[in-house]
Design a protein around this ligand. Sequence first.
Ligand SMILES: Nc1ncnc2c1ncn2[C@@H]1O[C@H](COP(=O)(O)OP(=O)(O)OP(=O)(O)O)[C@@H](O)[C@H]1O
Ligand SMILES: [Mg+2]
Length: 502
Amino acid sequence: MAETVLQVKSVTKHFPGVVALNQVDFNNYAGEIHALVGENGAGKSTLIKVIAGAYQPDGGEIIFGGQKTVWDSPHQSREAGISVIYQEFNLFPDLTVAENIFMGNEPLKAFRLIDYPKMIKESDELLSKFGICIEPLKKVKDLSVAEQQMVEIAKGMCNQTKLFILDEPTAGISDQEAETLFERLAVLKAEGVSVIYISHRLGEIFQIADRVTVLKDGNLVDTFDTKAIDKNTLVSKMVGRDLEDIYPPKGGEAGGEALSIKSLSVGHLVKDVSFSLRQGEILGLAGLVGSRRTELAHGLFGSLPITAGSYKLGGREVSATNPQASIRSGLGFLTEDRKNEGLVLGQSIEANITMPILAQFANNSLVDFKREKNFCQQEMDKYAIVAKSGEVLVNNLSGGNQQKVLFSRWVQACGGVLILDEPTRGVDVGAKVEIYKIIRDLAESGLAILLISSELQEVVGMCDRVVVMKEGRLAGELENDQISEESIMHLATLSRENFVCD
Ligand SMILES: Nc1ncnc2c1ncn2[C@@H]1O[C@H](COP(=O)(O)OP(=O)(O)OP(=O)(O)O)[C@@H](O)[C@H]1O
Ligand SMILES: [Mg+2]
């Protein structure tokens, strides 16, 4: 029998109005990958924060390495050998990639001075293990969300660790990068490191985990050997019911041209991209991390400058752009970076949902709060946003529930073309089905949808047509029966061995 590294005994954690964990038992062996799954708001992140000392439990105990432990801070648990990749990034945006990776753990030379050349060299080595070209001297704020995720992972890997906890490390990174992560985890596992792995991508749970524990509404449902359970049973344990088909049927009639892009360039990031999108159509935009899909979307939305080429929205040439003008001309953009570009974390769910459409609730320039409240309640029901009321601050929502708030907002605010950048990032499988239905209904009502997603299954399941980007350029286009995970990967990785950092 493998050594038990961690034992969580009857742990309880309350927040105002919420029992986030209710007498939860959980344990982890050396050399195992133990997955933790459950719906948005089930208590997964809270459990790992308690294990790592970021939250104090209200009851129960944590036994780590055979000793009952009470961490006063995450720093103590890190010293003891627990390394955590949190769901929300913990990077310092104004510091470089190398400084972030080695934060608190910098290589030193004589007189306790930081050995910068060594730090940069080691960062480079660590990142290239993931097949990722990120310049160690780049500031974190200049990286894409997916690149930041890779830096988080690299940072987590650089400590000497007994228990490695990853909270949705693959949300927003492509399958190719995820595979590299799994290879690294297999190495750690063979070295006897114990791993707790949270993910909403159930395929990867079956690929890498030895055991899986299901939480629901703060309660432990059960722990299973992954080999002894199938995907459908696991889903029904998580959501409490069977799910019908995950993806709604395709095949709506496409209408007139909603968006047409000609030889568009965004600085040196995006080069010479052309494609079109019709009303009623869901067009997938696929590619690896760093393929510049998000930058293209920012160009269209007006938040990055277009340096060559042109595009038409609803048949009209778009000239000088900025986000306000884009919104007025009917373009909606659900960004992948919900923390920095989307949500106002210090405000309520209600305020966040109605922000761009507040005028709709005004009578003689006074906001009709009751109508606003009712509307928000309907939206919260529609997307199954788990919170005591619409007045809860977005800051206190679980990751997936924050994503749903953002989704609701942009669907309301959008006119003709909706760009969705990783719309189901961190969203649980039950809620995904609802969101997919909503996306398809929006298309059927005539909206044109550009779906950026790193989850190949999602692209294949949802899109009528797919364009694939590679290194800032268009690598190809697929439609109908041509769309498959293999064909997308093939285009996305073509001649990747020639990849050069810019
Ligand atoms: N700091 C906090 N203050 C108030 N409530 C909180 C806080 N952190 C979490 N909660 C609540 O506790 C519950 C569990 O949240 P948690 O973040 O653990 O969910 P999760 O399982 O990680 O979900 P997700 O899959 O969406 O990340 C939720 O109802 C959440 O709103
Ligand atoms: Mg979470």
